[in-house]
Design a protein around this ligand. Structure first.
Ligand code: F0G
Length: 351
């Protein structure tokens, strides 16, 4: 029987691995590219969702982590460390288990979603809640990896970007060419860097006739790339992208400018509206940060920036189950009924 083998085996010749690299995998990648009917109607375009929440730990981070942990193992590391707003730590913890390594994770105190904390805990990571934000966590993780025997698996590690670029390959492989526009949420800016690298490589090797314009969206309270300066105290309900000083800043600006795209902001209100639309009208449950891409597309469409007839891919980066508080908040409490068909039918409006 055949199943997707994970991104290292599927794209081995495009990744920095050799025959002796131990492949640590949970069969990540190969995620659904789902046509988005309502978004297509709203924009007059052909919109697809790259559903990265379908990865083994529920986010796109697994693509980078299979590479980072495999290379760390190849180099003989026994422990890995990362700073995280939650998804990187969940992924690092799971892949470290597969590799027989210890994982340490640094998260901003009180600012990561419960599901992500649960993942790190159940996979046995050593967790430190840092009295600071993600940017402080990353500073600390870098310093620890420089001074102690522990490998850094954040996206400042270039093999993370190598793994994550495979999402662009999958999209071109599915569509037969690059889309006109690729839209994604931007936090630490590793992923926009990775997609742009993937699209450029495919175009250079004539596997695509072109590269897409890259559109990135940050949350308004955490939008350093839009402001052009570090945000000291970033805020947003989309905790995954609550980042004030992105590590891949220059690469994100290069992706924007070389592709003829832009990086803009969306408010928390716009994020939550897109979050609900995706769930209620497309049947795709994502976490709030992931909805920033769709919120951005809708904002751009309202501003008249989206010419009809284009092919657009929005990456939705993480699974909604990681942070279900926002699904429950503000929704009506389900009513309780007795074990009685007539009563249930009446409550359901069937009778
Ligand atoms: N969406 C989700 C669900 C994320 O978890 C992240 C980043 C992003 C988007 C932004 O991607 O950082 O490459 O620009 N999460 C990191 C983490 C920071 O620690 O899990 P980016």
């Amino acid at each position: 029987t055949h199943q997707w083998r994970g991104i290292i085996e599927e794209y081995r010749d495009r990744l920095p691995v050799t025959d002796t690299t131990p492949v640590v995998t949970l069969r990540e990648g190969g995620t659904p590219l789902v046509p988005a009917q309502v978004l297509s109607e709203r924009t007059g375009c052909e919109v697809h969702l790259k559903v990265e929440g379908a990865n083994p730990t529920g986010s796109f981070k697994d693509r980078g982590m299979t590479m980072a942990i495999s290379k760390a193992k190849e180099e003989g590391a026994q422990a890995v460390i990362c700073a995280s707003t939650g998804n990187t730590s969940a992924s690092a913890a799971a892949y470290a288990v597969r590799a027989g390594m210890v994982s340490a994770v640094l998260v901003p105190q009180g600012k990561i979603a419960l599901g992500k904390m649960g993942q790190a805990l159940v996979h046995g990571a050593k967790i430190l809640q840092v009295d600071g934000n993600f940017d402080d966590c990353l500073t600390l993780a870098r310093s620890l990896s420089e001074n102690y025997p522990v490998a850094l698996v954040n996206s400042v590690n270039p093999v993370r970007i190598e793994g994550q670029k495979t999402a662009a390959f999958e999209i071109v492989d599915m569509l037969g060419d690059a889309p006109d526009i690729h839209v994604l949420p931007v936090g630490n800016a590793g992923n926009i860097t990775a997609y742009w690298k993937g699209y450029r490589e495919y175009a250079a090797d004539k596997l695509a006739t072109r590269t897409p314009r890259m559109w990135g969206f940050q949350a308004s309270g955490s939008a350093p790339l839009v402001r052009g300066e570090i945000v000291k105290d970033p805020s947003t309900i989309a905790t995954a992208i609550r980042i004030g000083n992105p590590a891949s800043w220059d690469y994100a600006i290069a992706a924007r400018d070389e592709s003829g795209g832009f990086i803009d902001e969306v408010t928390d209100r716009e994020i939550l509206r897109a979050y609900r639309l995706l769930a209620a009208q497309e049947g795709v449950f994502v976490e709030p940060a992931s909805a920033a891409s769709v919120a951005g597309l809708l904002k751009a469409a309202e501003q008249g920036k989206v010419d009809p007839g284009q092919r657009i891919v929005c990456t939705v980066t993480g699974n909604g189950l990681k942070d279900p508080d926002w699904a429950v908040a503000g929704a009506p409490q389900p009513v309780t009924v007795p074990v009685d068909a007539a009563a249930a039918a009446e409550r359901l409006g069937l009778a």
